[in-house]
Design a protein around this ligand. Structure first.
Ligand SMILES: [Mg+2]
Length: 265
C-alpha cells in the first residue's frame, strides 16, 4: 500500500458495521482490526453518542478516532497524530439548540414531535431496540435531541424545511430523528480531512453507510460504499460508481470495504 496516501474509512455504525437489530459485529471484528494494523484509518461517523462509541472501541480493543452525534463532535484525532486535538466540538449544547427549536418551530408541527427523553423507559427501550445499560448510553447526549415525528409526510417535509432556516438540522436515522445544531456527518468529515492534510499531501477516502443520512458522506468520499439495508433504502441514490453489498451488516461492511480497497490498489 502506498504510504504517501493514507486511506481513511469514514463509516456509519448502526446497520452499516453493526447488525441493524442486534448491534453485533463479532464476525468481522478481526477484519476491522486487521485493517487498522495495516495503517488504514477507520473513523466511525455516526449519530451515536460519545459513550456508545467508546463502548464500541472497547469491544474492538482499539482507540479509533470518531465523530459523534451526527457530526456534532470529533474525538481522538490525537490517536492519528500527537499534535492533533483530542476533542473538537462543532455544535452548541443541546439545551441551547432545543430552545431555538421550541421558540421558532410553529406549534402545529412542534406538537407532532414526540421527545423521546420524556417517554417511559419501556417505550424508550423499544424505540432504540436496546437494554437498560445501553439506554443510558444512547440517551447520554450532549448535542442532540431525539424525537419521533407523528405527523404526515407533507408536515414532515415542512418541518425539515423550516428547521434549516433557523440554523438547526434534523437527522433521520434508522430509528429516530435527531434535532441537531447546524452540523452534519460530512462537515465533520471534511474537518478531519483538512486536519490530516496538514501532515499528508493526499488522502484517499472511503465512505460507508446504509441509509439516507449517510449519502452526503458517501458522495464526499473518493469511494462510496453502501451496505445493503432492505428496510430503508428504497429509492435510487444517484452516486456514481457506488459499491453496494449483497449482504447486510456486519458482513456487508467487510464485503464493500474489500472491494473499495481493491479499487484503490
Ligand atoms: Mg445506519
Amino acid at each position: 500500500m502506498n504510504k504517501k496516501s493514507p486511506i481513511i474509512i469514514f463509516t456509519d455504525l448502526d446497520g452499516t458495521l453493526l447488525h441493524r437489530d442486534t448491534f453485533e459485529f463479532d464476525g468481522i471484528k478481526e477484519y476491522v482490526k486487521d485493517l487498522t494494523s495495516k495503517g488504514i484509518i477507520i473513523i466511525p461517523n455516526t449519530s451515536k453518542t460519545q459513550v456508545e462509541i467508546e463502548d464500541f472501541n472497547k469491544k474492538l480493543d482499539l482507540n479509533l478516532p470518531f465523530i459523534s452525534e451526527n457530526g456534532s463532535a470529533i474525538f481522538g484525532l490525537d490517536n492519528i497524530n500527537k499534535n492533533f486535538p483530542n476533542n473538537i466540538v462543532l455544535s452548541r449544547e443541546k439545551e441551547i439548540t432545543f430552545k431555538v427549536f421550541q421558540k421558532k418551530i410553529p406549534e402545529n408541527l412542534r406538537s407532532k414531535c414526540k421527545i423521546i427523553t420524556k417517554m417511559e423507559k419501556k417505550i424508550q427501550k423499544e424505540i432504540f431496540g436496546i437494554s437498560d445499560k445501553s439506554l443510558k448510553n444512547v440517551l447520554n447526549r450532549s448535542y442532540s435531541t431525539p424525537i419521533l415525528f407523528k405527523g404526515n409526510g407533507e408536515q414532515k417535509k415542512d418541518l425539515f424545511k423550516i428547521v434549516k432556516t433557523i440554523g438547526l438540522s434534523l437527522h433521520e436515522g434508522g430509528r429516530v430523528i435527531n434535532i441537531c445544531d447546524n452540523v452534519s456527518k460530512v462537515k465533520a468529515m471534511n474537518r478531519v480531512i483538512k486536519m490530516i492534510k496538514k501532515i499528508e499531501n493526499e488522502v484517499k477516502t472511503v465512505g460507508v453507510g446504509d441509509n439516507y443520512n449517510d449519502l452526503d458522506m458517501l458522495r464526499n468520499s473518493n469511494i462510496a460504499c453502501l451496505v445493503f439495508n432492505d428496510q430503508f433504502l428504497m429509492e435510487p441514490i444517484n452516486i456514481n460508481n457506488c459499491i453496494v453489498s449483497k449482504q447486510s451488516a456486519p458482513f456487508g461492511w467487510e464485503e464493500v470495504v474489500k472491494m473499495a480497497l481493491e479499487k484503490i490498489k
